[in-house]
Ligand binder design. Structure first.
Ligand code: C2E
Ligand code: MG
Ligand code: MG
Ligand code: MG
Length: 285
C-alpha cells in the first residue's frame, strides 16, 4: 500500500483497469466512503511570475488517500467521480478547503497570492454552482479577486450551451472571481467562442511546452498560443515547465506565469506554507 511505498509515492493505478461494471461500482462505493471519511487531500503547486520570480499563487490539486487503494492521483478517480456526480460534493470540498487556505495566506499578509481551483464541467452545470462559490467565499472571508477557477478546454465544454456557460462565468467575473481556460490548445473550442468567454487567463497545455526538448525543438505553437492570449487581453500561463530550456523559452515568448516541476512539484499544505514564508525569489534565467 501507499505507506509501504513511501512518502509522496503514488500507487501505480491504471484507470484502464476499471473496465468492468463491477470495478466501477466498487470504486464509486469507495469514493462515497472517501467523502464521508474525509480521505481527500490537496497539494499546492506554485505559479511564478516570469518578470519578478515571485510566487503569485498556487494551484490546488486533489489527491485521494484511500486506505484500501493507497494514494491516488486525480487521473485515477476524477472521471468516475464525474460520471457518478460525486464530483459535486468532492468539488465543493476542494473549493472550501482551497479558499480556507488562501484566506489564511491573506491573513498572514501575502496579499499578492491567488488560489486556483480546477472545476469540472459537471460542477459548473449544477444550477446553484455560482451561488455555491459565492457562499464559500463569504464563509471563508476570501476576497473574490484571490480566487481563480480553472476550466479545462475539453470535449465536455462543447456540450454545454454557450449562452448558459457565458452567463454563469459572467456572474462569477462580475463578482470579481478570476477565470482561466486550462489545457488550452488541446480541446475543440473555436477561437470565436473563446473570444466570447469572460476569461482572465489562458493556461497553455503542457503538450506545447513539451515540444521544446532535447529530442526536438519546436517552439512555433507554444509561441503562437501566447500571441492568441495576448490578443484577447488575457494573462498567459505556461504549465509543465520542466527544464531550464523551457523556462528560457517561456521568458522569451513573454508568458506571464510559469508552473512546473522545474520550479516545484505540487506540495502538501505545510510545505507550501514554508515556501511562502521563506519569501523565496526564483531566478528567471
Ligand atoms: P491540470 O489542472 O492541468 O493540472 C496540472 C497537472 O500537471 C497536475 O497533475 C500537476 O501535478 C501536473 N504537473 C505540474 N507541473 C508539471 C510538470 O512540470 N511536468 C509534468 N509532467 N506534470 C506537471 P495532477 O495533480 O495529477 O492533476 C491532473 C488533472 O486532474 C489536472 O490537470 C486537473 O484537470 C485534474 N484535477 C486535479 N485536481 C482536481 C480537482 O480538485 N477537481 C477537478 N475537477 N479536477 C482536478
Ligand atoms: Mg488546472
Ligand atoms: Mg492544465
Ligand atoms: Mg488537465
Amino acid at each position: 500500500n501507499a505507506k509501504e511505498a513511501g512518502k509522496g509515492k503514488y500507487v501505480l493505478f491504471d484507470p484502464a483497469y476499471l473496465r468492468t461494471f463491477n470495478e466501477r461500482i466498487q470504486l464509486e462505493t469507495q469514493l462515497r466512503h472517501g467523502i464521508e471519511n474525509k480521505e481527500f487531500i490537496l497539494h499546492y503547486q506554485p505559479k511564478i511570475s516570469l518578470r519578478t520570480g515571485r510566487i503569485m499563487g498556487f494551484e490546488a490539486l486533489i489527491r485521494w488517500n484511500s486506505p484500501a487503494l493507497g494514494l491516488l492521483a486525480p487521473l485515477a478517480f476524477i472521471r468516475i467521480a464525474e460520471d457518478s456526480r460525486l464530483i459535486v460534493p468532492i468539488g465543493e470540498w476542494v473549493l472550501a478547503e482551497s479558499c480556507r487556505f488562501a484566506a489564511q495566506l491573506q491573513a498572514e499578509g501575502y496579499g499578492q497570492l491567488r488560489i486556483s481551483v480546477n472545476i469540472s464541467i459537471v460542477q459548473l452545470m449544477q444550477e446553484d454552482f455560482v451561488d455555491m462559490v459565492l457562499r464559500i467565499l463569504r464563509n471563508t472571508g476570501l476576497p473574490p479577486e484571490h480566487l481563480e477557477l480553472e476550466i479545462t478546454e475539453s470535449v465536455s465544454i462543447g456540450m454545454v450551451a454557450p449562452g448558459i456557460l457565458i452567463a454563469k462565468l459572467g456572474r462569477l467575473q462580475a463578482a470579481g472571481v478570476h477565470l482561466a481556460l486550462d489545457d488550452f490548445g488541446t480541446g475543440y473550442i473555436s477561437l470565436s467562442y473563446l473570444q466570447q468567454l469572460p476569461l482572465t487567463t489562458l493556461k497553455v497545455s503542457r503538450s506545447f511546452i513539451a515540444q521544446i526538448s532535447d529530442q526536438g525543438d519546436d517552439r512555433s505553437l507554444a509561441r503562437a498560443m501566447v500571441l492568441i492570449g495576448r490578443r484577447l487581453g488575457l494573462n498567459v500561463v505556461a504549465e509543465g515547465v520542466e527544464t531550464v530550456k523551457q523556462l528560457e523559452h517561456a521568458k522569451q515568448s513573454k508568458y506571464d506565469l510559469i508552473q512546473g516541476f522545474y520550479i516545484s512539484r505540487p506540495l502538501p499544505e505545510e510545505e507550501a506554507l514554508s515556501l511562502i514564508r521563506s519569501n523565496k525569489v526564483y531566478k528567471m534565467c
